[in-house]
Design a protein around this ligand. Structure first.
Ligand code: CTP
Length: 412
């Protein structure tokens, strides 16, 4: 076995990205302040261009303080600022994009600094609509959106829900965290485009009776991050999740399950759906779930009562090994497992590599990973062992996804 120490961090596509944020005049301007904060936190440079109408909602000073950059406002105040902004940008985001600004961009107008900057863009441009439901549904707006899509502009949202005008419906700007997630995905290379993947995540929940269960401390964070990272590399991802408090990553199809047996049947159903849709097996299965090894054989249909039963005698029976069973039955699928250990991580992971018929086992220290934002991984393949330094679960997930892309490339 060869040991390699890999670089300690796997770049977030947002780190060092140059993002131009075009803010047009709508009430959702206040939410875009949070976008700037989140993008800055991820390491991006954010330069803001505001229309004059946007300044009625939020002051340039707010964006200046958040971005640490001069804010460009209004007409053509800075000579060729629009060309300079556009030349350096990796991504341009128009948020909020009002019906008026959308229409101007769709028509190719350049009558202020914001629209001129968009027209001068050589990078991907995303519009994030925010408007009243009737304005959104209006035929001209829908024509403009269609035209923007045909021009290769990205359209993020809108969402449906409560609107600032007091009504509800479609037209609400998507949330800042979603904008940031879309931005990350837009900037990611797409080595997994056209590939399909299934990820299991979270704990399983083995019923004792209708109100009690045996479970474990898995939060599901690492699995959800793996699903997100695979999706941002272009894969079509189905996430089969035990009970967690997490929201599904954007663009990922989530299937909720409770027990290990449910998880196993959801996995088989997802694999057969993908087989019939694509005419071939799913490309990748990443088993991150902390599956309970045992379930209660004599689980009760009704709530166990203290007075009647005294101390209940629970009989355990073994759960199926979901990963090992699936990998043995689907040798064409690249299978990646986890090994949650408390000692000798690499050695135990090496044993699981063969036992579970996997192309790679990702070992981690269960005591450190559980409930934490960070993880420290050991990758074990037939070629050897690679250890990574401790990093965020999101960064770990990106390194896992990149390795999955390499494994799929080799299996092509
Ligand atoms: N796994 C599974 N089904 C199970 C148990 C585990 O699919 N019933 C998967 C996990 O998702 C993980 C890998 O198998 O990818 C290893 O899980 P782990 O809990 O580390 O090991 P176990 O196989 O349960 O063995 P042990 O508890 O003895 O270490």
């Amino acid at each position: 076995m060869t040991h390699v120490t890999a670089p300690s961090s796997f770049a977030d596509p947002l780190s060092d990205a140059d993002i131009v944020l075009i803010v047009s005049g709508g009430i959702a301007c206040y939410k875009v302040c949070e976008c700037v904060r989140l993008l800055k936190r991820a390491g991006s440079r954010v330069r803001v261009v505001m229309t004059e109408a946007a300044c009625e909602f939020v002051t340039p000073l707010t964006f200046e303080a958040l971005s640490g950059e001069k804010v460009h406002v209004g007409q053509f105040c800075d000579g060729i600022a629009h060309i300079d902004l556009a030349r350096k940008a990796d991504l341009m985001i128009v948020a909020p994009a009002t019906a008026n600004t959308l229409a101007k961009i769709a028509a190719g107008l350049a009558d202020n600094l914001a629209t001129s900057t968009v027209l001068a863009a050589a990078c991907p441009v995303a519009v994030v609509p925010a408007m009243n439901v009737n304005m959104w549904r209006a035929a001209p707006t829908q024509r403009n959106i269609e035209r923007l899509r045909q021009d290769g502009r990205l359209v993020w949202g809108p969402a449906a829900g409560e609107l600032a005008c007091g009504t509800s419906g479609e037209g609400r700007m998507i949330e800042p965290a979603q904008i940031v997630e879309y931005a990350r995905s837009a900037l990611s290379p797409k080595p997994l485009a056209g590939r399909s993947a299934i990820v299991t995540a979270g704990p399983t929940f083995e019923a004792i009776d209708p109100v009690r269960a045996v479970t474990n401390l898995s939060s599901g964070k690492q699995g959800y991050e793996v699903a997100r990272a695979l999706s941002s590399l272009g894969a079509e991802v189905t996430l089969i999740s035990g009970p967690t408090a997490l929201a599904a990553p954007l663009g990922v199809h989530r299937v909720d399950v409770r027990s290990a047996c449910d998880m196993q049947s959801a996995l088989e159903s997802a694999a057969s759906r993908i087989r019939s849709e694509r005419g071939r097996e799913v490309d990748l299965f990443v088993s991150v779930a902390a599956v309970c090894d045992w379930r209660i054989q004599n689980a009760s249909e009704s709530k166990l009562k203290k007075s009647e039963a005294g101390l209940p005698k629970l009989e355990l029976t073994e759960n199926p090994d979901i990963l090992a069973t699936f990998a043995a039955a689907h040798p064409q699928v690249v299978c990646v497992g986890f090994a949650a250990e408390t000692e000798n991580v690499a050695e135990h992971a090496r044993v699981k590599l063969d036992k579970k018929h996997c192309a790679m086992i990702v070992g981690n220290d269960a005591r450190k990973a559980l409930g934490s934002e960070n993880n420290a991984l050991v990758f074990v393949t037939a070629a050897g062992v690679e250890s990574l330094a401790e990093m965020s679960k999101a960064a770990c997930a990106r390194s896992i996804a990149l390795r999955c892309a390499t494994l799929l490339g080799a299996a092509r």
